[in-house]
Design a protein around this ligand. Sequence first.
Ligand code: ATP
Ligand code: MG
Length: 139
Amino acid sequence: MAGKRTFTMIKPDAVADGNMGAILSMIEKAGFKVIAMKYTQLSQAQAGKFYEVHKERPFYGELVDYMSSGPIVAAILEKDNAVEDFRTLIGATNPADAAEGTIRKLYAKSIGENAVHGSDSDENAAIEGNFYFSECERF
Ligand code: ATP
Ligand code: MG
């Protein structure tokens, strides 16, 4: 059965461009409830750990630099079928391929600077949420 929670980050480009509020509004209007939320900045080491699964990919260094370049919003979100429905809401990794009306179509600049993160499985949603939030930071 699909889980009820996913994890997201509003990435440095979207925060710097002043799109944090618009993106949070889209997330709430799509029926996701915020369980935990933090405005924070990753160090290079933290960004490297978060994206460790991509460490062999050619864009890993660029990704770590970008994700630690400015503040982000991290959040745990709740909704039925959360992981899949959130991936639908954000759209394809490359905004050129993202469907009309998706967050990445509206706000992403490129395949690298693509405005938002969404977990790709229930297992990773739990790991990623635990990376940022303790039990007493969840409501
Ligand atoms: P995310 O995990 O951030 O939600 P995703 O699951 O759509 O994105 P992944 O394949 O997990 O895509 O890639 C993680 C991130 O690495 C992308 O969101 C993007 O910021 C960056 N990335 C992916 N592919 C490329 C690429 N070809 N060139 C530059 N950056 C890339
Ligand atoms: Mg991913």
